[in-house]
Design a protein around this ligand. Structure first.
Ligand SMILES: [Zn+2]
Length: 142
């Protein structure tokens, strides 16, 4: 069973639960041209289920960078920790925006490891966010 076989009603519930934005970089569907994707928090290849409890919304960039990873390396001490889980964890407890709103900074081991693993601050993302800031669309209020 591939992700493509998830029912429309399940996809819609996940999309609504996620507030129609990427659970990782918080990009809103309103500002990205590609459709946000339903991602498996624990990859199906690693035994993750297709249940709603294992699904969340992700932009294609975060989903691609995350791939099959569930852990990452905290750059502060090189320790291996779990990546951020947007369904069960609170974004603002693990991340915050740089003062200019263009970069996501980690404030916990999980936050820092996720920033690195998912390449949150890749050059293109920072440039796009810079334009969102100018437009008054970013960073999100919460
Ligand atoms: Zn994202």
């Amino acid at each position: 069973m591939s992700a493509l076989s998830l029912s429309d009603s399940l996809r819609q519930r996940v999309r609504e639960s996620a507030g129609d934005r990427c659970g990782y970089c918080l990009s809103s569907q309103r500002y990205v041209m590609s459709k946000l994707e339903i991602e498996h928090l624990i990859p199906h290849a690693q035994g993750g289920s297709h249940d709603e409890s294992n699904l969340w919304l992700s932009c294609s960039l975060c989903n691609r960078y995350k791939g099959s990873q569930t852990t990452g390396i905290d750059p502060l001490n090189n320790g291996r920790v779990s990546l951020f889980n947007p369904r069960t964890q609170v974004w603002s407890e693990h991340f915050y925006w740089s003062p200019d709103g263009t970069r996501i900074l980690g404030q916990t081991p999980t936050g820092r490891a996720t920033v690195e693993a998912l390449h949150f601050n890749n050059e293109l993302a920072v440039e796009v966010r810079r334009n969102w800031v100018v437009a008054g669309w970013h960073p999100p209020a919460k």
